[in-house]
Design a protein around this ligand. Sequence first.
Ligand code: SAJ
Length: 436
Amino acid sequence: MKHNELLHKIDTLQAKIAVIGLGYVGLPLVVGLARAGFRVIGIEVDPNKVDKINRGENYIGDVNPDELRRFVDEGCLTATTDFSVLNEIDVVIICVPTPLNKTGDPDISAIVGARDEVVKYLHVQQLIILESTSYPGTVNELILPSLTESGLKAGTDFFLAFSPERVDPNNRVYTVENTPKVVGGVTAACTETAAAVYGKLVDHVVPVSSPATAEMVKLLENTFRSINIGLANEVAIMCRILGLDVWEVIEAAATKPFGFMPFYPGPGLGGHCIPVDPSYLSWKLRALKYRTRFIDLATEINSTMPEYVVQLVISALNDEGKALKGAKALLLGVAYKPDVDDIRESPALDVMQLLAKAGAEIIYHDPWVPTISQDGDVLKSVEFNPGCIGDMDVVVILTDHSDVDYETVCSNARLIIDTRNATKDVLSPNARIVKI
Ligand code: SAJ
């Protein structure tokens, strides 16, 4: 069977698709593929997630629960922990996590695990796509050799490509469908076949010449953000030294209609993408004897911001003759960015740890994060009320969720450290406000 028979199966929506990894990337993808008309199987190592999906229960904010339930009820979307279903699958899309390990190096164990399962069930006319963010060369060096060991040939017997995920959690404007999808195959036939799948799902497919090109595209996108956030953080430090309001400076600079894109300072870099992806690139280049100075400097500046915020707290309390030790501090917002419930790599947790270590008495309020476990303790988000705020020696705004009433905060707090300019529109602050 030529690859145009696989293309025909894709084109007529007869191709059966499996997505490995049903997290914030994989679950929206399986729902999108079902919406496009494919029969989709989600393969997930966590049996709880599998059971939830097969009961039609959603667990990812970006997914429409009614739609998920409908597709499950109609039988076009199922989930399993059993990789042997890959025997009957035409298209396999790998969407597993690629974090950093304790030494800050890439942890590609989930990709290796998925690869080893795919190899077991590899058959002719099967398309494999990696979506997980990884270093340039992952597909060609880590996946392709294991597949060709079977004796099957890429581009004629099976097809292999990389297509970076571009899911932005909680983004109501850009969805799976209207975000252009970059695709780079091992051969032209691989690119064509992978592009045909995404062409059924997204408005705009962007073919590139190789998997490594597509892998590098994703790393450029997120390294760009990390470096510019690092610049914004250093500009904040410079503005404090110069006695300037960094928020006013950035807001005025952002009036330039060309050649400028605003980024904003904050307590550091959180999430599972921006703090992580640039390290995959610098790790790869270090192995090739090149030091990625921009990435390393941005990482250094971004990772010192929690300490910088703690110094602001210390000097603001000091101005009132108070020590940090024994001070009562309310932290507002612990998620890694506004209006999400995700605390992975959140700098707010670093600030919390540093303040606790210095002896402050800490409570937190985050409407999106009911509990956190910190150093073995489980902390609960306290109720948001004026009395509680008024009792605090300092309120530290770390994540500017849109559903927090900053007027109430400013009317009742004595001292606010605002790391997100969340109080910018508050007219009548009783509190003394110190901004980053
Ligand atoms: N941050 C700043 N200043 C900024 C922007 C972000 O301090 O000007 C902080 C955030 O508070 C957060 C971290 O950086 O702690 C990351 O924020 P992010 O806005 O980049 O959000 P993420 O981590 O969800 O990034 C995702 C990425 N999507 C993918 O990798 C597919 C990224 O490429 C998107 O550009 C980003 O969403 C987005 O635009 O929201």
